[in-house]
Design a protein around this ligand. Structure first.
Ligand code: TMP
Length: 210
């Protein structure tokens, strides 16, 4: 029986996910509640190796289907090895991205029909789907300007603005379709304000559960 809560954080590039992750961790720590922090692609040694494959640059063209399957290969390993045991033990889990990112990036961004992503998602047990998803949302250019100062871009960060516009639209469409699971936060504010919004969204959601 699942007892811990599974929270995910999503958004296009440069939305301040890392600051939110830290703030949520501090919030749980201050309440002496254990929280498992993890990320996708990645989260286990094998899944982190898949992440490196996904983000590296190649001379050959990377097929969108290869990209989707590698995302899910990383996800199954992560879900079985990290998320399932933690939730079973009653721990809360916070993941920097999860299934919604595949709908947004490979579905919206790469135009893979959503039915293909649905088919892969159906392999994941319902108990390993997020209870709450915080979507950090702001105009794409805001995030891209922020990441420009970080130095070299990975393969996905090098995509065009129009790609990220499609990613953002797909995220917003998912949030609209599942209003009970998603909370959309305004990520155009400074990082600390976004993190504070995220913590208060989690507090409110937890109060509503009890
Ligand atoms: P990060 O920069 O948030 O760590 O994520 C790495 C990149 O992987 C980011 O550009 C989003 C992308 N991604 C997908 O395209 N599909 C997915 O399913 C996931 C989890 C991430």
């Amino acid at each position: 029986m699942k007892s811990g809560h599974f929270i995910t954080i999503e958004g296009t590039e440069g939305m301040g996910k890392s600051t939110v992750m830290q703030a949520v961790q501090t919030y749980f720590q201050s309440n002496q509640r254990p929280l498992v922090l993890t990320r996708e692609p990645g989260g286990t040694p094998l899944a982190e190796s898949i992440r490196a494959l996904l983000l590296a640059n190649y001379e050959e063209e990377v097929s969108e289907h290869t990209e989707l399957l590698l995302m899910f290969a990383s996800r199954y390993q992560h879900a079985q090895t990290i998320i399932a045991p933690a939730l079973k033990e009653g721990l809360n889990v916070l993941s920097d991205r999860y299934v919604d990112a595949s709908y947004a990036y490979q579905g919206g961004g790469r135009n893979i029909p959503f039915k293909h992503i649905d088919a892969l998602t159906q392999w994941i047990p319902n108990t390993l789907m997020p209870d709450l998803t915080l979507l950090l949302d702001a105009p794409v250019h805001v995030g891209l300007e922020r990441i420009q100062s970080r130095g070299e871009s990975d393969r996905i960060e090098q995509e065009k603005v129009s790609f990220f516009e499609r990613v953002r639209a797909a995220y917003l469409a998912r949030a609209k379709a599942e209003p009970n699971r998603f909370v959309v936060l305004d990520a155009s504010q400074d990082k600390e304000a976004v993190a504070a919004q995220a913590v208060s969204a989690i507090q409110q959601w937890e109060e509503a559960q009890s």
